[in-house]
Ligand binder design. Structure first.
Ligand SMILES: *Cc1c(COP(=O)(O)O)cnc(C)c1O
Length: 366
C-alpha cells in the first residue's frame, strides 16, 4: 500500500506538550499551559451550559448546514447566509479551500514564518508553497505580490500573524488587495480578530462587496474559548462559497459546538472581559520586557514572541521545569525565541517571576 506521492515525508501536526504528560514526567503538581493561544479564562458559562443541553441530543446527527449559528453570524457581520462556510475549526476551512482549489503544480503564497497549516494542506494537494520572509516580523506584502505567478491560486495573509503577533494595517492590506489578480484568492486569517486593538487594523468584511476573491477566516477557538469543540468559519463571496462547499463533510460541525458558539456569540460581556484583560496583561508583560531590555514583536494577539538570544529550547526547558508550558520558537521558525500565550494575571506573574530568577534580575517577585 502506498500513500500519494505528496504525503511522503509529511509529519503529523506536532501539538504543544500536554499538561498531563509534563506533570508526570517532571513530577509537578501544577502545570500551566501557555502554548496554544487558548483563552486562559475558559469559555462563557452560557456556552458551557448550552453544551450540557446539547448533550441530550447526541444520538442525532448535527445540522449540517449549521443553520442557527449561520443566521446569527450572518446577522452580526451583515453578510448573507450563503457567504458563510463553517468548519471543524478554521483549520478545516483551510483544508476545504486547499482541497477544492489546488492542483499539483499550482502554488500558494504565504509569509514565513507563519501558521503552518496553509503549507501543510497545500503539500497534501501536491501544490507548492512560495514562502516570503517576514520583513521586521511583518508580512512583506510587496514581495508577496511579486511572488504571485500564473500558477498561484491562493495567498494567505495571517493577520495578526501567528507566531509573530504582528499585523498588516488597513492601508497596506487594501493596496495589496487592489493589486492581486482577480483570479487569485486572498485569504485573511483573522483567528485573533477579537483581541486586536490597533485602530488601523483592516475592517475586511465590507471589502467583500468589491473583492469577490477575498475570503476571511474567523474562529471560536481563541477569544471565545471553544478550542476543544472545533468551530470556525470562512466568509467570502456567495459564488466562491458555493463552489468550494461540496468539499465539506456533511456533518463537519457537531451540535455541541454549534450550540456553544451560538451562546458564546450572545455573551458579548464575557468576550469583552476576556479581551480587556488580555490587553491589560499585554501591557503589563511588555512593560516588564521593556524595563529589562528584551526584544519582542509588538503583538495584537494573545501571545508574545520573545527574543531570548540563545536557543529557544533552553528557555522552553527552564520554564517547563517551573511548570509553564510555552512554545519553543525553534519549531516555529524563530530559533532564538519562545512564544508565550498570555495567561491570567497570576499565571503571567508566575512566568515573569521565573524569568526574574533565570536572569537573576535585581527586582522582587510579583
Ligand atoms: C489557532 C489558529 C487557527 C485555527 O483555529 P481553529 O479554528 O481552532 O482550527 C487558524 N489560524 C491561526 C493563525 C491560528 O493561530
Amino acid at each position: 500500500m502506498k500513500v500519494k506521492e505528496s504525503m511522503i515525508g509529511l509529519v503529523p501536526y506536532q501539538p504543544g506538550r500536554s499538561m498531563e504528560e509534563v506533570k508526570q514526567e517532571l513530577g509537578l503538581d501544577q502545570v500551566v499551559k501557555l502554548a496554544s493561544n487558548e483563552n486562559p479564562y475558559g469559555a462563557s458559562p452560557k456556552a458551557i451550559s448550552a453544551v450540557s443541553d446539547a448533550v441530550q441530543g447526541i444520538a442525532v446527527y448535527p445540522d449540517g448546514y449549521a443553520k442557527k449559528i449561520r443566521e446569527k453570524t450572518a446577522e452580526k457581520l451583515h453578510v448573507s447566509e450563503k457567504q458563510l462556510l463553517f468548519g471543524n475549526g478554521s483549520d478545516e476551512v483551510i483544508l476545504i479551500l486547499c482541497r477544492a482549489m489546488l492542483n499539483p503544480g499550482e502554488n500558494i503564497v504565504t509569509a514565513h514564518p507563519t501558521f503552518p497549516q496553509y503549507k501543510h494542506n497545500a503539500v497534501i494537494e501536491g501544490a507548492d508553497t512560495v514562502e516570503v520572509p517576514l520583513k521586521n516580523g511583518v508580512h512583506d506584502l510587496d514581495a508577496m505580490l511579486q511572488a504571485i505567478t500564473e500558477k498561484t491560486k491562493i495567498v494567505f495573509v495571517c493577520n495578526p500573524n501567528n507566531p509573530s503577533g504582528t499585523y498588516v494595517n488597513e492601508a497596506a492590506f487594501l493596496d495589496f488587495l487592489n493589486k492581486v489578480p482577480e483570479d487569485v484568492l486572498v485569504v485573511s486569517d483573522e483567528a485573533y480578530y477579537e483581541y486586536v486593538t490597533a485602530a488601523d487594523y483592516p475592517d475586511t468584511i465590507p471589502l467583500l462587496k468589491d473583492h469577490p476573491n477575498l475570503l476571511i477566516l474567523r474562529t471560536f477557538s481563541k477569544a471565545y474559548g471553544l478550542a476543544s469543540l472545533r468551530v470556525g468559519f470562512g466568509v467570502g463571496s456567495e459564488a466562491l462559497i458555493q463552489a468550494v462547499e461540496p468539499g465539506r463533510e456533511p456533518f463537519n460541525t457537531n451540535s455541541a459546538a454549534q450550540a456553544a458558539a451560538e451562546a458564546a456569540l450572545d455573551d458579548t460581556t464575557f468576550l469583552q472581559e476576556c479581551t480587556e484583560k488580555n490587553a491589560e496583561e499585554m501591557r503589563k508583560f511588555t512593560d516588564f520586557l521593556d524595563r529589562h531590555g528584551f526584544s519582542y514583536y509588538p503583538s495584537e494577539a494573545n501571545f508574545l514572541l520573545l527574543s531570548v538570544h540563545r536557543p529557544g529550547g533552553e528557555v522552553f526547558d527552564r520554564l517547563l521545569r517551573a511548570g509553564y508550558i510555552v512554545r519553543n520558537g525553534e519549531a516555529l521558525g524563530f530559533p532564538e525565541h519562545v512564544r508565550i500565550t498570555l495567561g491570567t494575571r497570576e499565571q503571567n506573574q508566575g512566568i515573569r517571576n521565573e524569568i526574574r530568577r533565570w536572569l537573576e534580575l535585581d527586582e522582587p517577585d510579583e
